[in-house]
Ligand binder design. Sequence first.
Ligand code: ADP
Ligand code: AMP
Length: 214
Amino acid sequence: MKIVMLGAPGAGKGTQAKKIAERYRIPHISTGDIFRANMKEGTELGQQAKAYMDQGQLVPDELTVHMVMDRFSKDDCKNGYVLDGFPRTIPQAEALSEALAQAGDSIDYAIDIEVPDERIVKRMSGRRVCQKCGATYHEVHHPPVREGVCDVCGADLVQRSDDKPETVLSRLEVYHEQTQPLIDYYKEKNVLKRVDGTRDLEDVFQAIVDILDE
Ligand code: ADP
Ligand code: AMP
């Protein structure tokens, strides 16, 4: 099963993608996570990506597509994957479609998690992430058992530097300009499924499971 998660930054793509990956035993591929891991390791790719991420801008398509294709070549991708944060532009979506078409394959589902912009800003200000394992929490909607400590690995939780309100606003602008057109792109391919992302995260997950198990 090959799934693309669509939605504004903060809509809940990562939260739901992790749950999908666990239930359907497919890898969760988050381009944001891969860029952040590269930044932490101080690789050249990480240094290049940082400049764009800090500004709330997209990393250039060439770098991003190359990185994703490299990830696809790993063994665990054989039975599918859930893509979170990729594609984010029409050229990225086309590169993905072309790569899959070469193997006679295509995306099965593009799940758009719909959340209005006003809610997004609130969600992002409460997001906390584990620096060590990448688990995501929310101060109000999904708090850890012990404040500031990751339930999974016990490391400290931090706020992402690009979750500051001013960066969130530029990320939303970039989303509307460059990523939202992907909704029509996948609609035309007859794989688009829309989910109301304003509900409780377990209800959002149930709606997704209903689609995938149909
Ligand atoms: P994205 O991957 O789309 O950027 P995340 O999955 O990281 O978004 O979610 C953004 C923030 O909103 C996180 O703090 C997460 O815990 C919280 N969140 C996710 N889904 C919901 C939901 N349905 N209701 C309330 N908060 C949510
Ligand atoms: P995310 O973790 O998905 O919110 O992504 C964080 C940041 O990483 C984005 O604001 C972009 O700067 C960068 N990024 C992640 N995925 C992509 C992508 N597919 N194309 C370009 N930039 C990306």
